[in-house]
Design a protein around this ligand. Structure first.
Ligand code: HEM
Length: 331
């Protein structure tokens, strides 16, 4: 009898173990092979080398953090976070008009060069893009936190995939929600990640359709949700016939600081893009905008979570993809 119980109980233990193993695998996220400190043994200095490169590039050029952050967004939304946005060539993502204003490539290349010296063939460009964006936020005064690594680089980069996967400033809330949700991101993630517009620059053509200057130089608001004083300021910086390379700060109040000023701007009708303004207008997102405007810590807490989700979209791991030798070209 006793033996029976023992057998029964050890069988049960085995069952429990098996069930747990099955459950673990079932519950594991799709990015199961990413891990914190993935390079701890293969390249212990990897994260330090990336952050050092980002730090020195940003102190030489304070526009770098914004560029690196946007680069990550455009990488992850098209083909997943696999550095496909870095590949050069005809008809690659990078060549698409929606990506011509991207920057920060040289910083990624510098980091990769250093890493190839110390840890050849080990650290993916996809991880460098994610780490560099994470560091860019911290350098600009935003939250600093760990992210898992172990992404592999993609071999596919197709210009035709860019437009269907990148949000345009003319998108309605429904269109943005749909695209974000197709990437596993919620409405809260949309509000949180749009907070990236607290730093960085925008070219005039990204918002100039929101107002018009008549022949006498007088302002006519086309998008009446825009504060008219702010529109006047924008019109002065972007007069008709301004150079196509003219830029303005996304957040003119604290342009270099990663803070919650973006949300205060939205409430004051001073969101730069139509897609920003809509977050304060729409009943589904207004409360979140108010909460972040009132409490920077709650924005930073959400940022950590949403950023983790962004950086794990469609990642390639294990034997998928490759570790590129040069970030601009597949091996
Ligand atoms: C939700 C919809 C979004 C739209 C419609 C949008 C659109 C844009 C546009 C048009 C620009 C100006 C580009 C230029 O003229 O050079 C811009 C800049 C920027 N975007 Fe977004 N964006 C969105 C979401 C995001 C997200 C999720 C992030 C990152 C998490 C992001 C990060 C940035 C940054 C940092 C800049 C400044 C880039 C620089 O300084 O070069 N954006 N965005």
């Amino acid at each position: 009898m006793e033996t029976k119980i023992t057998v029964f109980s050890s069988t049960c233990n085995l069952c429990t173990l098996l069930i747990l193993v099955v459950l673990c695998f079932a519950a594991a996220p799709s990015h199961a092979s990413l891990s914190f400190n993935f390079y701890a043994i293969s390249c212990p200095g990897a994260e330090f080398m990336v952050s050092n490169t980002v730090r020195s590039a940003s102190s030489a050029d304070p526009t770098i953090p914004g560029k690196l952050l946007r680069l990550l967004f455009h990488d992850c939304f098209v083909e997943g976070c696999d550095a496909s946005v870095l590949l050069q060539g005809n008809e690659t993502e990078r060549s698409d008009p929606a990506n011509t204003s991207l920057g920060g490539f040289s910083v990624i290349d510098s980091a990769k060069r250093v890493l190839e010296i110390f840890c050849p063939g080990t650290v993916s460009c996809a991880d460098i893009v994610a780490l560099a964006a994470r560091d860019a936020v911290a350098i600009a005064g935003g939250p600093a936190f760990q992210i898992p690594t172990g992404r592999r680089d993609g071999r596919i980069s197709n210009a035709a995939n860019v437009r269907p996967n990148i949000v345009d400033t003319s998108f309605t809330m429904d269109e943005m929600t749909k695209l974000f949700s197709s990437k596993g991101l919620s409405l809260d993630d949309l509000v949180t990640l749009s907070g990236a517009h607290t730093i960085g620059l925008a070219h005039c053509n990204a918002f100039s359709d929101r107002f018009r200057q008549d022949s006498k130089g007088k302002l006519t608001l086309i998008d009446t949700s825009l504060d008219s004083t702010y529109a006047e300021e924008l019109m002065k910086k972007c007069p008709a016939g301004a150079s196509t390379s003219t830029t303005v700060s996304n957040d003119p109040e604290t342009s270099l600081a990663f803070d919650n000023q973006y949300y205060t701007n939205l409430l004051a009708h001073r969101g730069l893009f139509q897609s920003d303004s809509v977050l304060a207008k729409d009943g589904r997102t207004r409360k979140q905008v108010e909460a972040f405007a009132n409490d920077q810590e709650s924005f930073f807490r959400s940022w950590r979570e949403s950023f983790l989700k962004l950086t794990t979209i469609g990642v390639k791991t294990d034997d998928e993809g490759e570790i590129r030798q040069s970030c601009s070209f597949a091996n």
